[in-house]
Design a protein around this ligand. Sequence first.
Ligand code: KIV
Length: 266
Amino acid sequence: MSKTKWTTTKIKACKGREKIVSLTAYDYSTARIMDEVGIHIVLVGDSLGMTVLGYDDTLPVTLEDMLHHTAAVVRGVKQAMVVGDMPFLSYQVSIDQAIDNAGRFLKEARADVVKIEGGAFRSKTITALVENGIPVMGHIGLTPQSVRAMGGYKVQGKTDDSISRLKDDAQALEDAGVFSLVLEGMPVGVAQAITKMLEIPTIGIGAGPHCDGQVLVVQDMLGIFSNLKPKFIKQYAALGEEMSNAFRAFKKEVHEGVFPGTEHGY
Ligand code: KIV
């Protein structure tokens, strides 16, 4: 396992050699545990809008929300790459605004790179960010910030038109300078074809096993967040249940005068 910082160069070099492992995190303690076990990329996703802040989707998440949580994650990490996810309307309005806001992730929150959603139409913005020293992770397929435009969380790449658009988007983003690309919510074969076609690594979520890496939302894989349960999620723990049991046990012991015991007193 590498003991040095995961940089864009090292992530790119994983392609064809080592699967890239990524999880979302939104706080110091979780990020620290992920870093200690050698997770390569910790993504401070705008999914925090749902998993941490309780919104129905990611649209209300603000730049300040993201900077606050990204800075906390950065403080917990020594080796993992920290990706700051740019929230809805923080990079779409103008290229100048995108540079300003992406710059805040690096200057203030101390993230390593930023992630933005969108296809070929995002190329100019991506090139401007990269030329100004801000590495960018792309994100295509089911892009949650476009939930209204897509008419819900819908798997993309189900028609010939949609497949060729996804491939064109992937190529355009690589040409624009992204160092890696999230493929979300698309058929296994489409993600496989895109992964094969690109020189940069792809990181899949709901995109099958052939991507160069995988990412999951931490609350989903730990079994804490049960509002949405898409098919692609694998639950590696049932922490929601564990937490309920612990909270119940605490409540009972306080009611019964069992906690605190003499050993907990000064
Ligand atoms: O916001 C997020 O957590 C994400 C991942 C699902 C890729 O964008």
